[in-house]
Design a protein around this ligand. Structure first.
Ligand SMILES: C[S@@+](CC[C@H](N)C(=O)[O-])C[C@H]1O[C@@H](n2cnc3c(N)ncnc32)[C@H](O)[C@@H]1O
Length: 204
């Protein structure tokens, strides 16, 4: 048996009680890039069904909080530190709502993806607009030195997105977890150390 086949992560997630095989992608990202710390506040965009929120919940512990946001329904979690917000990430009031209720965010993670239509250029373009919206929200919500993890699909608009990431974060890395299907054009972008107006000016 090929231990890293697609079924392997699906079955492992079922066995461990994770809501999706995507949990293993975030575990690998966290092992490599040390995204989470105990007590942090995390916003999870495109959170349904909830595999990423479950991992973030474990990593930040009971002193931390995870805000799980999706336009699709998310069934209630048994984890007490996860709060569900049923909204579209393009909702213009979303950033104000998060700041009013949860204040400054330590980590923003986005696994947002469109429903795949089969027209790759169209799917790529929608996915990059979701990634750009997540990046806009990271600028509004993250504290200085905050961390951002974002799903992207490789394609013609990818380089422009990476350029924007490099203008926004001091440290930008790309990573394809083993749990991500080989056939998929999906690749994750990790941005560390948000460049704020204050720290940008300090370096000039
Ligand atoms: C690949 S799934 C996320 C899987 C999730 N990370 C997990 O571990 O279970 C992508 C999600 O993005 C959500 N999504 C896509 N567009 C969105 C939007 N405009 N606003 C909010 N959620 C969106 C979809 O509803 C879907 O649930």
């Amino acid at each position: 048996m090929n231990l890293l086949s697609d079924d392997y992560f699906y079955l492992k997630a079922k066995y461990k009680g994770f809501r999706s095989r995507a949990s293993y992608k975030l575990l690998e990202i966290n092992d490599k890039f040390r995204v989470f710390k105990n007590g942090q506040i995390v916003v999870d965009l495109g959170a349904s069904p909830g595999g990423w929120s479950q991992i973030a919940s474990k990593k930040v512990g009971q002193n931390g909080k995870v805000i799980a946001i999706d336009k699709a329904y998310i069934s209630p979690f048994k984890e007490k530190n996860i709060e569900i917000v049923n909204r579209d990430i393009f909702d213009e009031e979303l950033a104000n709502f998060i700041i009013a209720n949860f204040k400054i965010i330590d980590v923003l993670i986005s696994d947002c993806a469109p429903n795949i239509s089969g027209d790759y250029n169209r799917d790529h373009s929608i996915q990059i607009s979701l990634a750009n919206r997540a990046l806009d929200l990271s600028e509004k919500l993250l504290k200085e030195n905050g961390c951002f993890v974002c799903k992207t699909f490789q394609g013609s608009e990818h380089q422009d997105f990476i350029r924007r990431m490099k203008e926004t974060f001091k440290d930008v890395k790309l990573f394809k977890p083993k749990a991500s299907r080989k056939k998929s054009a999906e690749i994750y972008v990790i941005g560390k150390d948000l460049i704020t107006t204050e720290n940008k000016n300090a370096e000039e």
